[in-house]
Design a protein around this ligand. Structure first.
Ligand code: 13P
Length: 247
């Protein structure tokens, strides 16, 4: 399985950011066949980034999609539109979408299904809140979120799971390495239970939440951590490349 190093730029950037894949490749050479790099920019940058991504061997994905293919949904973008641009992935169920835009597990499942129907890979995000972690409910939360956010049509390795504890996002806090190991083993067990050993073992499980050049190597070395989903540290190509290098 390849290691996926994914940038989530959130609502940052302007048109000049289309040059970032080339900047990235200037720092990080293309010789690591076991590492896939992905940038998920705001939607307006997708066409320019796909073009630059092809030239620089960087995958490009969206940060969200609507569950319907088209219709009267002002401000939304559909999975076939994203696929038509040449993007390969779409993040669904990011905790900011869940908490700020009220998305439920059912919504996330419908969006992931739309992505699969459009032949793009959904990155299905899960993760507990600070209160849930304090109450030692994080494994139960992950079990429920995974059970309900992965659509019935998902088969084997056509999707990615990202574990992002809400309290670790943008805070500089991370779980201990032992806690990340426990969670990722738990997620792997849930995936092999549902999809069988052959498929479940090949689903990439990303860790996200305050990944930085300084902690990437030790996090990426943990069993069943198959990549990272990076916010703040992915906005600067020096630090994004340093994280890819750590993989
Ligand atoms: P930070 O890396 O800024 O903590 O954000 C993580 C994240 O939300 C990626 O999707």
């Amino acid at each position: 399985m390849k290691t996926l190093i994914a940038a989530n730029w959130k609502m940052h950037g302007d048109l000049s950011w289309a040059d970032k894949p080339a900047e990235f490749r200037g720092i990080y050479p293309k010789d690591k066949s076991g590492v896939e790099c992905l940038i998920c920019p705001p939607s307006f940058l997708l066409p320019a980034l796909v073009k630059q991504g092809e030239e620089n061997e960087i995958l490009v994905g969206a940060q969200n999609c609507h569950a319907e293919t088209s219709g009267a949904f002002t401000g939304e973008i559909s999975a076939p539109m994203i696929a038509g641009l040449g993007a390969t992935h779409v993040i669904v169920g990011h905790s900011e979408r869940r908490s700020l835009f009220g998305e439920t597990d059912d919504d996330v499942s419908a969006k992931a299904e739309a992505a699969l129907n459009a032949n793009i890979i959904p990155i299905i995000c899960i993760g507990e809140s600070e209160a849930e972690r304090r109450a030692e409910k994080e494994l139960d939360v992950a079990t429920m979120q995974l059970a309900n956010s992965i659509p019935d049509c998902a088969k084997g390795a056509n999707f990615v799971v990202a574990y992002e504890p809400v309290w670790a996002i943008g805070t500089g806090l991370t779980p201990t390495l032992a806690d990340i190991r426990v969670m990722h083993n738990h997620i792997r067990g849930l995936l092999t239970d549902r999809f069988g050993q052959k498929h479940g073992a090949n689903i990439q499980i990303l860790y996200g939440g305050s990944v930085k050049p300084g902690n990437a190597e030790e996090i990426l070395a943990i069993d069943n951590v198959n990549g990272a989903l990076i916010g703040g540290a992915s906005l600067d190509m020096e630090s994004f490349a340093a994280i890819a290098m750590a993989a």
